[in-house]
Design a protein around this ligand. Sequence first.
Ligand code: AMP
Ligand code: MG
Length: 405
Amino acid sequence: MLSWHEARERVIAIVRERMRAPRVERIPLGRALGRAIAQPVFADRDQPAFPRSIRDGYAIRSADTSSLPVEFEIIAEIKAGSAFDGEIGAFQAARIMTGAPVPAGADAVVMLEHVREISPTRIAVDRAIAPGLHVVGQGAEARAGAKLLDPGRRIGFGELALLAEIGCSPVRVFRRPRVAVLATGDEIVPLETQPGPFQIRDTNSVSLAAQIALSGASVASLGRAGDSVEALRAGIKAALRADAIVLSGGVSKGKYDLVEDVLKEFGVEFHFDSVAIRPGRPVVFGWCAGKPVFGLPGNPVSTMVTFELFVTPALDLLSGAEPRPLPLVSATLSVPLNEKPGLAHFLPARLDWMSSGPEARPVAWRGSGDVAGMAQANAFLVVPADRPVWRAGEAILALVRRDLL
Ligand code: AMP
Ligand code: MG
């Protein structure tokens, strides 16, 4: 059986190798959060476009501070957005605001806190000022024409600021992949329906839609298919219109776990159908008609964990981006652990961010169907297959719930 690392690597390798290049669209910058950029991005002008003061203070010639104390005559005031077109001479200063252009002649800014005001037109400075102090030279951040971003970079708030700075709107981005979600199981009823005594509500369609949205893809929810070959056929046929398919349930070894059989009918090429993890062992990954197909186990916590490990990197690639790293942090265990060896365990856990770093303890739960237990958790402790026993106080990896990051 594959380890989860191997299975994840396999998903990434297969999707990277087989996927078609995602389509490109032009959208206003304000709607581009989370998209992968589909064009290289160049500086439209020098950044900054002028030598910029990064303090409120006085623009001076730094050489004038070679013998101290020294007095300066204030000859101008420069607000952000305007300029002084004269030149600063020896022992002259311009009052300057943060973001304003440093005038000709001056090569440094003494911050307001470091001058003594002698009169409305004179200041004194008691310290040596280095050339360039508190000045960002023209083009020091980026020269006009310099490449700032490569295609494939995901647009976060930092990238949005950069694209705004160079006026890049509309921006060319990769289209969001459409992901079909199909829940399987005769016992599952939609959210709006009052479940019968032995039925349960479809939680997976809801949580999967959330995980898909968090990954930046769009969801086509296909509802539920019952545990019959005919129902699954119809559901999977509809699902194959999307860019990726995520099924939940029906992938274990039970008599009514028919998903794999029906996927075979559609010619799915299987790359794995189990991974050495708990929860989530019977997880299926295949390729069909140019798209990835995932059969995730039906237990809600298994569905969530396997989505994070295996589906998220696939959706990243289909979105035109590189797979994002798993949100793993090292945490101090506050209780000992003793799990069964042979499978890697993902234990729902509570992480508390203490001043010394994160501390983790597993939450009480009744296995992978226990949604109430999982909702107490904000992370999963990663207990390796070959390291089942842990002492309190040891540092262990925790997979942080991406939705709570
Ligand atoms: P399965 O993988 O089909 O064997 O299902 C495993 C367990 O998960 C069973 O207890 C199912 O009732 C439950 N389950 C399957 N699909 C869902 C769903 N969409 N929402 C909530 N529970 C589910
Ligand atoms: Mg089932």
